[in-house]
Design a protein around this ligand. Structure first.
Ligand SMILES: N[C@@H](CCC(=O)N[C@@H](CS)C(=O)NCC(=O)O)C(=O)O
Length: 211
């Protein structure tokens, strides 16, 4: 049975999972959960995602949520098709992957999300941007990307010399920050090279405007 992806074309994390399906050449059926109508908080969806969020996959009855966990599952299950080594198997390369994945989760997303929260998500809810909070997130994000520049001056991708899930996980919020006009990537030569590489992958072009 084709993989079911519960989510929404405009959802950052749904796009992240859809991109990994493209990388791994996994056909999927997108089942729309209308977030604006609050469907994610209704009992049918809560039965598969107790936090009332998307994305969720149903792989022939195997239900999984949390986009990063879904990415790891798909990259492992379909290790022999599509882009290889999205999760490395060699122990040292795997350790570098875990390091990179942790960098994305703890150093990048909180601040990239913070910028999007202040400039996009709050406005959608009729709230106002907290300019001080926005400035702090941008300052911190820039400081973190200075460290990325050091890492990426020595290697092509965040975990080493080939692309992994850790790189791809940056795309949804990174694209949103860039789309808001904040030049956080292009001003650093090695970050720019890395960012232009990952954001021009065919898998991302296929889903970035709708999973
Ligand atoms: N950590 C979760 C975050 C999921 C998430 O924030 N999903 C958003 C859409 S991108 C959502 O469902 N928002 C609606 C809500 O929280 O009610 C993941 O990576 O899957």
């Amino acid at each position: 049975m084709v993989l079911k992806l519960y989510g929404l074309t405009t959802s950052t994390k749904t796009r992240s999972v859809a991109q990994i399906c493209k990388e791994k050449e996994i056909p999927y059926e997108l089942i729309t959960v209308d977030l604006r109508a609050g469907e994610q908080k209704l009992p049918p969806h809560l039965a598969i995602q107790p936090f009332g969020q998307v994305p969720v996959i149903d792989d022939d009855g195997f239900i999984l949520y949390e986009s990063r966990a879904i990415g790891r599952y798909l990259a492992t299950k379909y290790a022999n098709q599509g882009t290889p080594n999205l999760i490395p198997t060699n122990p040292k390369e795997l350790a570098f992957f875990e390091q990179a994945a942790s960098i994305e989760l703890s150093n990048f997303e909180p601040h990239a999300y913070g910028v999007c929260f202040e400039k996009v998500f709050k406005l959608r809810r009729g709230l106002q941007t907290d300019e001080a909070a926005l400035a702090k997130h941008l300052e911190t994000l820039n400081a973190k990307l200075d460290a990325y520049e050091v890492i990426l001056s020595k290697q092509k991708y965040l975990a080493g010399d080939y692309v992994t899930l850790a790189d791809l996980y940056h795309l949804p919020f990174g694209m949103m920050v860039e789309g808001l006009g904040y030049d956080v990537f292009q001003r650093r030569p090695n970050v720019a090279r890395w960012w232009n590489d990952i954001s021009n992958r065919p898998s991302w072009s296929a889903v970035k405007n709708g999973a």
